[in-house]
Write a protein that binds this ligand. Structure first.
Ligand code: SF4
Length: 357
């Protein structure tokens, strides 16, 4: 059993099962998370007997990155091996005083967004809470990270238990103690798992919209076929009235597909009245995908049109393109995740095949 990734409740239950006082759970949590300890022997406020009992059933499994690449713009990409032998990646994106860590929740993804190389990989597996948290714990910049975004590989709500546990551990006082305003979950927004997530985690949300039109969205994001966009929007509006959670919308700009002013008008209408922002993300083509990026001029026209309709809109800068760390490039070129076909040097991949930050 891996202690790393266990919640306070889980650690308290384990302590009780091992005939330890219940407060041992909190002590262990503090060693694991704020203490960054990876050795049960180092937990010096546990009795020798309790440490011995713990070691009989559990270990602390954390792992350093197996690869690190640095972009000319300062973005860093880290690769980690999963317990199952796959590779997942996280990107650390510096921007002024901010250090944003974009992490993965799955190996591959089954949502199948048409513009996304990760979607083309299909789902290979879920990460455990420990494997998600380890992408933060084990990088050299850990203590400078200001923001965590679940926007790497995978649809977080398709791995709900591990994502809930990890998000709570990022923000719990007995976890890493980060502000809930500094953690953002990006999702296509399936209403039922989203409601369960919102009931348990108070972090920010980024909804992958990509088009305001229902049928078109089902084509672009096949994983949304089972639910209505209207139902999702209704739920988001209701929740926004109940709590002060910030929700933003992500929109990958695809030439001739979703970048018309008609789309801009409908997008503004869809989200108007919410305290929100639409983030426009340039698409970066990748081999095997026929879609084209919208021109910079069209993206700017689209942004201005949304703003003219009273909704805040921004254009995201692409980061880490030279090391395949921009949106969607994570882990797609590793043999373990591509069936043994590494990318050729200079091969272009998408900057939009993961949930954009
Ligand atoms: S954009 Fe996100 S949800 Fe869509 S296929 Fe890629 S990883 Fe999955």
């Amino acid at each position: 059993m891996n202690l790393y990734g266990m919640t306070l409740e889980g650690l308290q239950a384990l302590a009780a099962k091992l005939d330890m006082p219940r407060y041992r759970g909190e002590q262990i949590a503090r060693w694991l998370y704020s203490g960054h300890f990876d050795s049960i022997d180092g937990m010096t406020n546990l009795s020798r007997a309790d440490r011995g009992r713990l070691k009989e059933v559990a270990e602390i499994r954390v792992s350093a990155p197996v690869e690190e690449r640095v972009s000319a713009d300062g973005t860093k990409k880290y690769a980690f091996l999963t317990d199952g032998g796959d590779v997942v990646e996280a990107a650390m994106i510096p921007d002024g005083d901010r250090r944003t860590l974009c992490l993965s929740s799955q190996v591959g993804c089954r949502v199948g967004c048409r513009f996304c190389a990760t979607g083309a990989m299909r789902l290979r597996g879920n990460l455990s809470a420990g494997e998600i948290l380890n992408q933060y714990r084990s990088i050299p910049e850990r203590d400078q990270i200001t923001n965590i975004v679940y926007m790497g590989m995978g649809e977080p709500l398709d791995n709900l238990p591990a994502v809930v546990d990890s998000a709570r551990l990022f923000t719990a006082p007995t976890g890493y103690g980060l502000s809930t305003r500094r953690v953002t979950l990006s999702t296509v927004g399936k209403p039922e798992p989203l409601a369960r997530f919102l009931d348990r985690c108070d972090v920010r949300l980024a909804i992958s919209l990509h088009t305001p039109f229902e049928e078109e969205r089902r084509g672009l994001i096949p994983g949304t076929r089972g639910y209505d966009l209207a139902e999702l929007m209704q739920m988001l509006r209701r929740r926004a009235r109940e709590d002060s959670r910030r929700v933003s919308f992500e929109y990958v700009m695809l030439k001739g597909i979703n970048d018309s002013l008609r789309h801009a008008d409908a997008t503004a209408n869809l989200v108007r009245g919410m305290r929100t922002r639409v983030n426009l993300i340039p698409f970066h083509p990748w081999e095997g995908n026929e879609m084209e990026p919208s021109s910079s001029a069209q993206i700017e026209r689209f942004r201005a049109r949304i703003e003219a309709r009273g909704v805040a809109a921004t254009v995201r800068r692409s980061r880490g393109l030279d090391i395949d760390a921009a949106c969607g490039l994570l882990a797609t070129q590793h043999p373990a995740t591509t069936g043994g076909t590494p990318a050729t040097t200079g091969e272009r991949r998408t900057s939009a095949d993961r949930h954009p930050a």
